[in-house]
Write a new protein. Structure first.
Length: 326
């Protein structure tokens, strides 16, 4: 079974919430407050997960844990900030897929997402979903794919901007199928969905939380998901891999990363705290309602996940010659 599929299917490990009084002898404990740096504005999915986890991390570590939003340059501003921090465990990046891909589209890259970070845990996956304009002629994924191939150069796909995950998902589809479609970038997911709903663009493959309300209200058709397996929120939706492009897999994710110089004892403790926070019932309930598939991996599979994702998206970015436009 491919690694990314195994990660997607792996259940969240049951854990007992950690508390400062139960700290194992010799385990690392911070002497000062910690911050979770989210490389996007407040209110988005990564910010929500960070704010759900922060109180539980604070209780476990015995120090204040604050969420700091440092948006800009497609997640490169906040991610680069953490890359330059000391590896003392006090600054944690709430890493997203753009933390990995943004520097691949910049010359020179502001940081190396593999070399400069230590991934502690794959926290959650955010599924993607294929949505079309309301009057699209095809009503299922296989018919959509046939229509795209039958009309080269005539269809458009929308994203929240050049290098945005929805853009990369569309480029992966083009790369794997040879489909001739035109990318139309917007400034964020909301305007791209508005144009899709109005019928001025043809389709998009974007994060499920962005489109979930429109899908539920039947304002845009949802034809498939981009994860390796079907998802609980829409069990009747096939995957693009099973219905259109075998092996297609594109989704967003959230991880905890720390600077590469972080010592083993610090990394181990923070990883425990992250997994314990995800095991809290209120975190699980609210995260599921927001569209997350919680994971809570150990460091080794998190590191392997980053390596696999880096190889896949670097190939797509280089092949399609994608350059970040900040």
């Amino acid at each position: 079974m491919p690694l990314r599929r195994a990660l997607l299917l792996a259940p969240l490990t049951p854990l007992t919430p950690l508390a400062a009084p139960a700290l194992a002898q010799g385990a690392w404990a911070p002497a000062r407050p910690l911050r979770l740096v989210v490389p996007f504005p407040a209110g988005g999915s990564p910010d929500l997960l960070a704010r759900l986890m922060a109180p539980h991390a604070q209780a476990a570590l015995g120090q204040p844990v604050t969420v700091e939003n440092r948006a800009g340059a497609g997640a490169a501003v906040g991610s680069g900030l953490v890359a330059r921090e000391a590896g003392d465990g006090l600054t944690i990046l709430v890493a997203v897929i753009s933390s990995l891909t943004a520097p691949m589209m910049m010359t020179p890259p502001p940081y190396d997402p593999v070399r400069d970070f230590r991934p502690l845990s794959l926290l959650a996956i955010t599924p993607t979903v294929l949505v079309t304009r309301p009057d699209f002629p095809a009503r299922d994924a296989a018919g959509w794919h046939r229509f795209v191939l039958a009309h080269p150069g005539r269809l458009t796909f929308a994203s929240g901007g050049v290098g945005n995950p929805a853009h990369l998902a569309g480029e992966l589809y083009r790369s794997m199928t040879g489909a001739d479609v035109t990318h139309v970038p917007f400034r964020g997911s909301a305007p791209s969905l508005a144009e899709l709903q109005a019928g001025r663009v043809d389709f998009s493959i974007l994060d499920l939380p962005s489109a979930q309300g429109l899908i539920a209200n039947r304002q845009v058709p949802a034809l498939a998901v981009g994860t390796a397996e079907r998802i609980p929120a829409f069990p009747d939706l096939p995957t693009l891999s099973e219905s259109v492009v075998p092996g297609f897999e594109a989704y967003s994710w959230v991880m905890w990363w720390v600077p590469a110089s972080t010592p083993d004892a610090v990394a181990a403790r923070l990883g425990e705290v992250a997994r314990a926070a995800l095991a809290m019932p209120e975190v699980q309930a609210r995260a599921a309602a927001a569209g997350f598939l919680l994971r809570g991996s150990d460091e080794a599979p998190a590191r392997a996940h980053v390596a696999a994702e880096a190889a896949k998206w670097r190939r797509v970015i280089q092949e399609r010659r994608i350059v970040f436009e900040g």
